[in-house]
Write a protein that binds this ligand. Structure first.
Ligand code: ADP
Ligand code: MG
Length: 758
């Protein structure tokens, strides 16, 4: 008999186990059973996706409405062109190469199941080429009559494998619901089904991690039933109930992790940093060059209150790009410095860390000049630590951190390396949180003095929907800056379809020239630096590709180094054009950024190094080249670099993508709204779709297979409530071993890496 933890090679044999391991990284019975069907083929029911993705491996069931032999153009032999009515508005088009042979079985009027790869030969038309197929019995047709399997490829293999002593067991295919799995060309849906059936036949009853009373309370089915019925449902309600149970488990596992974290946090203590009227925070407030918005004042007060307690603050500050989070952060840092402690400010990139350093020094003036001539009496010292600093400069900065000389230490990930020590770390601020993982936050927090935790403030311009926040950041309180400071200018965004209107691209460069002539500056953002390996490969593959029957244009993107060359020697040759990308040495990067800041560069050709936080109010145009290569939220972040001064901003999204496709729709959506919240929901939705359709699921995605962080608010709320109850009464889950196992399995998922890949 078999249990969830058993190795697949013991149950299925080495060969089958190896192919599952290669294709899906599956090793145990549980891995296999947790690979849920993406959908169910129902007899004659509509396809669920009318427009499947290019390259997706799909299975359709239906009746052949047309089967025609045609001579091939290039070679001898015949193609069989088939149309299969699978219930969608238009029949599915299928092509077989060895047409004559197939035509004896795949005839007009038969019912068949076909499994193959989607290929678009026109933007709105797709087909399956040479799929594997299986002729299905008619309803009521006696199974015993079928002495041989009629079909080909893996479907035939599967049916053969179901051959028993009494003949061919195709009865399985008469089920109302046939599971269709995320599959690869090597391990097809049917191979997976065969393995699942074999495993389920031998599976022992499973100890349910959810106690009986909780299940009954919530009307959830037992895990044994759920794992069986999700694969082999008899009725529609089986699918719904199985999903409900498994979805609840996913939500509960995540919420248990968060409830444990919350419980831990409640036990921790922090040193209070109450506001002082005679400190540098107060002095700083007096000399701000602008008036704080009401929102900024409110958030500063919230944070100030948190910092006064002997519990560590755990706060998330959300605010649109340009809403003025930095000054709020600085105010908080000064309050901590006033209490005699240090602050660490983490930025996602060196460019941004360096910029924070410059702007904090600028805002603080003599208040931040400790150790220098002309410093204010109670001044503090601000230092920058980055990975690529010269050894000497870095050593000096590290020394300032460990002696406590520096009140504010700014850096990138380098800050959380072990070598950085603080004298007395009181607060950690993480800017643009969506770039930082939970472990990184924890690692930095661990740098505080024994026993007490530093306060934590996480800032992000990517608004996080409530469900996501509850799941990924359930241990944080939230503040939101909703208004932009006065004097912000509107940004207009336009899509420039380069294929359809090549002249519009020239117009884009002209717009840059006009703005520069009016005294403004511009960004030109590219999706890659140049000289990447894939760029070289593109040329080589060409010859072979051109010969292929149905040629597919390899999409090409423009490298920053090339665009820089082209612009500075062509359309913008009389302007001062600069180049900034991540592979430049760090002092050069700094130099370019400073020159752009000081208006010594008119046009900055760059990669996404400018994505977050860069603040040059005089820049008014941004041209994004190959805009379809960027995510929705990323585009929104990028354009947030303009419209920061008194002049209106213009963002041009150049793309060569087809005007019909999904990429264009995404760009139109970005052009259509400035609401970051709306866009981030759109972004997550699309990324999640991608996860569901993708074939090789990572271990991380696996733990969120059924739960939608966007839509399942109710389930997440219920799971959160239960998790908190359980953890409050049994911290450590010693009396709930099943739940403890579930929670540990989910710890990986807590990273939610797909959220981090923006
Ligand atoms: P973000 O929230 O995107 O990090 P920043 O903190 O970089 O935004 O602020 C963007 C710009 O707005 C900075 O130049 C900052 O000095 C300015 N700013 C911040 N608050 C105000 C305000 N209340 N009034 C006017 N300008 C402000
Ligand atoms: Mg910022």
């Amino acid at each position: 008999m078999t249990t969830l933890g058993d190795r697949l090679d013991h149950v299925l044999g080495v060969k089958a186990a190896e192919s599952l391991a290669d294709a899906f990284d599956m090793h145990t019975v549980e891995d296999l059973l947790r690979h849920y069907p993406a959908r169910y083929a129902t007899q004659g029911q509509p396809l669920t996706e009318e427009q499947p993705e290019e390259g997706a491996h799909i299975t359709v069931v239906g009746r052949v409405v047309k089967a025609e032999l045609r001579p091939m153009r290039q070679r001898r032999g015949e193609l069989l062109k088939v149309e299969l009515d699978a219930g969608s508005s238009r029949p599915v088009e299928i092509t077989f190469f060895n047409g004559r042979k197939v035509s004896y079985l795949v005839k007009q009027g038969v019912r068949a199941m076909m499994s193959g790869t989607v290929h678009y030969w026109r933007p709105d038309r797709w087909n399956l080429s040479h799929p594997s197929y299986l002729i299905m019995p008619e309803a009521g047709e006696s199974v015993e009559n079928l002495t041989s399997v009629r079909g080909s490829g893996s479907l035939r293999g599967l049916a053969e494998s179901a051959k028993g002593a009494g003949g061919v067991d195709v009865s399985f295919f008469e089920r109302e619901y046939i599971p269709v799995y995320p599959a690869t060309a090597k391990v097809q849906s049917w191979d997976l089904l065969a393995c699942v059936r074999q495993v389920l036949d031998q599976l022992d009853p499973i100890d349910d991690p959810l106690p009986r009373d909780i299940r009954d309370d919530r009307g959830l089915m037992a895990i044994s039933d759920a794992l069986r019925l999700i694969h082999l449902p008899e009725h529609k309600s089986d699918i719904e109930q199985a999903r409900e149970r498994l979805r609840f488990d996913e939500a509960l596992a995540l919420q248990l992790v968060l409830a444990e974290r919350r419980h831990d946090a409640e036990d921790r203590s922090a040193r209070p940093c109450p506001p002082r009227t005679d400190g540098i925070a107060a002095a700083f407030g007096q000399r701000l060059p602008f008036e704080l918005t009401a929102g900024q004042r409110k958030v500063i007060a919230e944070i100030s209150g948190d910092l006064s307690r002997d519990h560590p603050m755990h706060r998330l500050l959300q605010g649109e790009v340009g809403s003025g989070k930095t000054v709020v952060a600085l105010h908080a840092m000064l309050q901590v410095v006033d209490a005699g402690q240090q602050c660490a400010l983490l930025a996602p990139t060196e460019v941004l860390a360096a910029q924070h350093y410059r702007s904090l020094r600028g805002m603080l003036g003599d208040l931040g000049a400790a150790g220098e001539l002309g410093a204010a009496d109670n001044a503090t010292k601000v230092v920058l630590v980055t990975g690529s600093m010269s050894a000497g400069a870095k050593k000096a900065a590290l020394l300032d951190a460990v002696t406590g000389e520096a009140g504010i230490v700014i850096g990138t990930h380098a800050l959380i390396q072990d070598a950085v020590e603080f004298y007395d770390l009181g607060m950690v601020i993480v800017d643009e949180q969506h770039r930082f993982g939970v472990e990184q936050r924890d690692a930095l927090r661990a740098k505080a003095k024994d026993g007490v935790s530093p306060h934590l403030l996480v800032m992000t311009a990517t608004p996080i929907p409530r469900t996501i926040a509850m799941t990924t950041l359930g241990d944080l309180e939230t503040s939101t800056l909703t208004e932009l400071p006065r004097g912000r200018s509107p940004i207009t965004t336009r899509v420039v379809p380069a294929k359809m209107h090549p002249a519009w691209v020239d117009r884009a460069w002209e717009r840059i020239r006009e703005e520069v002539e009016a005294g403004r500056q511009a960004y030109v953002v590219c999706s890659r630096i140049g000289d990447e390996p894939d760029a070289a490969a593109g040329g080589k593959g060409k010859g072979r590709k051109a010969k292929a029957d149905e040629e597919k244009e390899e999409p090409t993107t423009h490298a920053a180094v090339d665009v820089f060359e082209t612009l500075s020697s062509g359309p913008l040759s009389d302007l001062r054009v600069g180049l900034l990308h991540g592979r430049l040495p760090s002092d050069e990067k700094d130099g370019v950024m400073r020159a752009f800041n000081d208006d010594e560069i008119d046009v900055l050709v760059c990669t996404t190094v400018v994505e977050v936080g860069v603040d040059v109010p005089n820049a008014t145009v941004m041209v994004i080249v190959d805009a379809d290569r960027f995510g929705v939220s990323q585009l929104h972040q990028l354009r947030g670099r303009i419209g920061r001064g008194k002049h209106p901003g213009l963002c041009l999204l150049i793309t060569e993508t087809s005007p019909m496709g999904g990429a264009m729709a995404r760009l139109e959506a970005v052009a259509g709204t400035l609401d970051g919240f709306e866009l981030s929901v759109l972004d997550l939705r699309q990324r999640r779709e991608g996860d569901v359709l993708g074939s090789a699921q990572s271990g991380t995605a696996r733990s969120l297979r059924l739960l939608s962080l966007l839509d399942d608010l109710e389930v997440i709320t219920a799971a959160q409530q239960l998790a908190r109850e359980v953890v409050d009464s049994d911290p450590g889950l010693r009396d709930h071993p099943g739940l403890a196992t579930m929670m540990h399995a989910a710890v990986d998922a807590e990273r939610l890496e797909y959220l981090a890949k923006s």
